[in-house]
Design a protein around this ligand. Structure first.
Ligand code: FES
Length: 110
């Protein structure tokens, strides 16, 4: 069993369990979708402690530099400290001016 921390709360991870799997099993509310490192919905931010290899695989240089990682790709290491991400850290607001259906499944937005 490995203990890691998210926003100061301790979580005990079973063997071979990712951070995301532990959080889901523990009933923690965390956003996720693919569980494969593709969608980036499960981003959390590294605070301290050793990161497992692959925790930042596929992230942009900007996300890596700002210490983000995918919870689904991170195998917790004892004492790892993470924090949740605030949407305003990752997204910018925009105004939708127009939308045009190019096909039945393709939408162009302005
Ligand atoms: S759930 Fe999609 S990248 Fe982690």
């Amino acid at each position: 069993m490995t203990t890691f921390f998210l926003d100061g709360q301790a979580f005990d991870s079973a063997e071979d369990e990712s951070v995301l799997e532990t959080l889901i099993r523990s009933g923690s509310s965390i956003n996720y979708s693919c569980k494969k490192g593709a969608c980036k919905t499960c981003l959390v931010q590294h605070v301290s402690g050793e990161l497992s290899a692959g925790s930042q695989r596929g992230l942009t240089a900007r996300l890596k530099a700002n210490h983000y990682l995918c919870a689904c790709q991170c195998q917790p290491v004892e004492g790892l400290k993470l924090k949740t991400v605030f949407e305003q850290d990752l997204f910018v607001s925009a105004q939708l001016l127009e939308r045009v259906f190019l096909t039945e499944s393709v939408l162009k937005v302005y």
